[in-house]
Design a protein around this ligand. Structure first.
Ligand SMILES: C[S@@+](CC[C@H](N)C(=O)[O-])C[C@H]1O[C@@H](n2cnc3c(N)ncnc32)[C@H](O)[C@@H]1O
Length: 401
């Protein structure tokens, strides 16, 4: 297991517009760059892309009911973080306002009802940290509740994409009693950063939007345990998840009529081309594919080839040199070179990208137990969709008598 406490982040202030305060009558924004492997990030992502494409693996939960695959068939994979570049985050934001994507609506309905109660319960936690903060639409409800409590809180919004972070923090505006800060980095960077925050301020970490459903069960157990160890006793965690519900509602949510989910998954290929610095994928050769696997209560999302293909890989600028960044993707990057690798794909072959796991109440209890956290409160949406908010805390150690 990675010992993230051994590698404290190199903290760098990035002031894209300027830091907090009023500039020209408008609040300005502080973004802290907490990425620990700035130059190497794309290098490792490029390696993960090629590894996932060339070394198919058996992914948990392959649907035995699908006629053309068996649970033991290995599949190619692409890293799910490829979903979230600036364009992907804009698409995700559009998705959250569609009629079919009930998850945002349901979680919002709980927050409308319960934000004041949550803030009351956690009013002595003055450091608020949101993992995978996204567009901050639901966040506003919690921030307004904390703002009503009076001074003084600091809210840290952590996400992967600098542009989207600046945009979201700009749009959310100004709060009387809450200092707003962006943290630019990954979850792992965030976990390394948490222990560096002043320990006399208790922390309250939010992880909303069913983002925890994107992990495999094993990875989620591991992640929550590591998150717990980055917290202090008395710190709290708010988890947003969605539960099993009517399969046709789930199907509609992931096959929205505007085709946003399809665009989101195909954008993964564009992002991969960008990271690799060459047009490895032609989007016209792929389509979105997704189904709900009721045995594992998870949605599995793929891109699938529309014809037999031979992908030609020329070696990535990002893979060959961690310090090389790629700004444009066109075939001229490959001119005069021979491919270093061919990837043959059959017609209809799938590449797995991401899960969306649905959680039962028992599974939430089990997750808390495995991570040595206590469930202090639990809310379920009053619609038919079983969306959940769970308030957990890190207990104080037993004092020997
Ligand atoms: C499902 S969206 C949820 C967004 C928002 N919290 C909501 O409730 O609507 C997942 C968010 O987590 C971010 N994210 C995904 N993987 C991440 C990672 N490894 N590190 C940091 N952020 C990540 C994405 O950029 C995105 O904003």
């Amino acid at each position: 297991m990675l010992n993230f406490l051994e590698t404290l982040p190199e903290i760098k202030e990035v002031l894209p517009t300027c830091n907090l305060g009023l500039v020209g009558g408008k609040p300005s924004i502080t973004i802290i760059d907490i990425r620990r492997q700035k130059l190497a990030t794309d290098h490792f992502l490029a390696k993960d892309i090629i590894r996932g494409l060339t070394q198919p693996s058996i992914i948990p939960g392959f649907n035995p009911a699908e006629p053309d695959i068996t649970p033991t068939d290995p599949v190619r994979t692409l890293p799910d973080v490829l979903i979230y570049d600036t364009h992907g985050l804009n698409l995700f934001d559009q998705l959250t306002s569609t009629e079919e994507y009930y998850i945002t609506r349901s979680e919002t309905s709980i927050l409308i009802q319960e934000s004041d109660a949550i803030a009351q319960k956690c009013k002595d936690r003055h450091v608020l940290v949101e993992l995978g903060a996204g567009a901050l639409r639901k966040t506003r409800l919690l921030l307004e509740a904390f703002d009503r409590l009076g001074p003084s809180f600091t809210y840290y919004a952590l996400d992967l994409d600098h542009t989207a972070l600046v945009e979201a923090l700009t749009q959310i505006g100004h709060f009387q009693n809450i200092n707003l800060v962006g943290l630019w980095g990954t979850y792992e960077d965030g976990m390394a950063y948490l222990p560096t925050l002043p320990s006399h301020h208790r922390k309250f970490v939010w992880w909303l939007g069913s983002s925890m459903g994107n992990f495999t069960p094993q990875d989620l157990d591991d992640f929550l345990l590591r998150l717990q160890s980055a917290l202090e006793p008395g710190d709290a965690l708010l988890l947003g998840s969605s539960g099993p519900t009517n399969p046709s509602a789930i199907h509609r949510a992931y096959h929205d009529s505007a085709g946003i989910h399809a665009s989101l998954l195909l954008n993964v290929l564009t992002h991969a081309n960008h990271i690799l610095g060459q047009p490895l994928f032609d989007l016209a050769d792929f389509e979105y594919d997704c189904w709900y696997n009721p045995q594992c209560t998870q949605v599995e999302m793929y891109v699938r080839t529309c014809r037999a293909l031979r992908l030609e890989y020329y070696g990535s600028a990002n893979e060959s040199s961690p310090s090389c960044s790629v700004d444009s993707v066109d075939s001229s990057n490959c001119q005069g070179k021979s491919p270093v690798l061919y990837i043959n794909m059959q017609m209809g072959e799938r590449i797995h990208v991401i899960y969306s796991v649905k959680f039962s109440v028992d599974r939430i209890q089990e997750l808390a137990h495995n991570a040595h956290l206590i469930v202090d409160a639990y809310w379920v949406s009053s619609d038919d969709y079983n969306c959940q908010l769970s308030l957990l805390s890190k207990p104080w150690p037993d004092i020997p008598q």
